[in-house]
Design a protein around this ligand. Sequence first.
Ligand code: MN
Length: 194
Amino acid sequence: MHILPELPYDKKGFGSVISEEGFDFHHGKHHNAYVNNMNNLIKDTPMVELSLEEVISKSAQEKLTGVFNNSAQHYNHSFFWNCLSPNGGGAPSGDVANRIIRDFGSFETFKNQFSDAAVKLFGSGWVWLVADENGKLSIKPFSNADTPIISASKPILTIDVWEHAYYIDHRNARPKFVEGFWDIVNWEFANKNL
Ligand code: MN
């Protein structure tokens, strides 16, 4: 049985970027539904013994679309909650700051490119900051449930740009949500992922 992870903070700490109601729906209903769907789809199959990452890669290889979509969305959301912090925002520090400057030129350039990718991603999906085998950072937009966890790249940071991620707090205004992300982004978590 896979379980919905608890949020690692108080839902009331994110000001106008994400309200408590926003978390109640996004975490408590959307993410929860992916976990329940995944559990229902794999019960009574050998996949029930596998780790979440193994379920994602096996379902991708075997083209089990329902299992893949729900398990990848469970992984993506669990990762995303950690990318946020009520004490987050501002400029990055540590190794991630150095690598952003090395690979994008400046934090501002990176921020503009990441925001642009997040605003322009057509339909539902996720924009990721990933590190390749040599540690070089790049920005990857992925549609729907697609996830870098089954690629050679290591996930460092992500933003969910499915409409359900921002509709309660920002209605159709995805750019407002993307702008707000920079006030709550958890650089400490990004540093841990390098
Ligand atoms: Mn979502």
